[in-house]
Design a protein around this ligand. Structure first.
Ligand code: CMX
Ligand code: CO
Length: 143
């Protein structure tokens, strides 16, 4: 039991993701208002997004522009406009976290890990599961 608690522990707030219509404009807005700069940008075709990661303390702001209207973020923006999309917590082992969530009856979007930005292994938990919040788990890089 102690071991299970250890591996599913939420280690860090990895990122807060904000859905935007225009990534260039959003990056420029954060630069202008807050004097912050992305450390990288990446198109993650499998997730239907282009993302920019802006470091803030030990976490990131993840700006997400949908690649099309039928992507998850595209549908979200059509329905709600721009805004907070999900929060992502770092875990040590994504398999152990998913196993724990499965056995506690959580409503998972991903039953298996998938690949996110920076080659990370991630999994999403449905917003209807807890607090109306889409939650992403990110496995910390082991290297
Ligand atoms: N936060 C909270 N609620 C959300 C949401 C979000 N981000 N996205 C959708 N919802 C809600 C909708 O409002 C809707 O609620 P109601 O049933 O009350 O109307 C419900 O979830 C279903 O929404 P939908 O528009 O019909 O969308 P889908 O069911 O097709 O998809 C979801 C919703 C969460 C399963 C889908 O967006 C998903 O699989 N997301 C995970 C993957 C993802 O978002 N990837 C992009 C991020 C990439 C990255 O971080 O690297
Ligand atoms: Co994310």
């Amino acid at each position: 039991m102690a071991n299970t608690l250890c591996v599913v522990k939420l280690l860090n707030l990895d990122h807060v993701a904000i859905a935007v219509e225009d990534l260039d404009e959003a990056v420029a807005g954060y630069r202008r208002r807050y004097r912050v700069e992305p450390v990288y940008r990446e198109t993650v075709a499998s997730q239907g997004v282009e993302e920019a990661m802006i470091p803030v303390g030990g976490s990131f702001i993840q700006l997400l522009q949908p690649l099309g209207p039928e992507t998850p973020v595209g549908k979200f923006v059509s329905k709600n406009g721009e805004g907070l999309h999900h929060v992502a917590y770092a875990v040590l082992s994504i398999e152990a976290a998913l196993e724990h969530l499965r056995s506690s009856g959580a409503r998972l979007i991903d039953t298996e890990p998938r690949v996110g930005g920076r080659g990370t292994r991630i999994a999403f938990v449905h917003p209807a599961d807890l607090g109306g919040t889409l939650i992403e788990l990110v496995e910390l890089n082991r290297d």
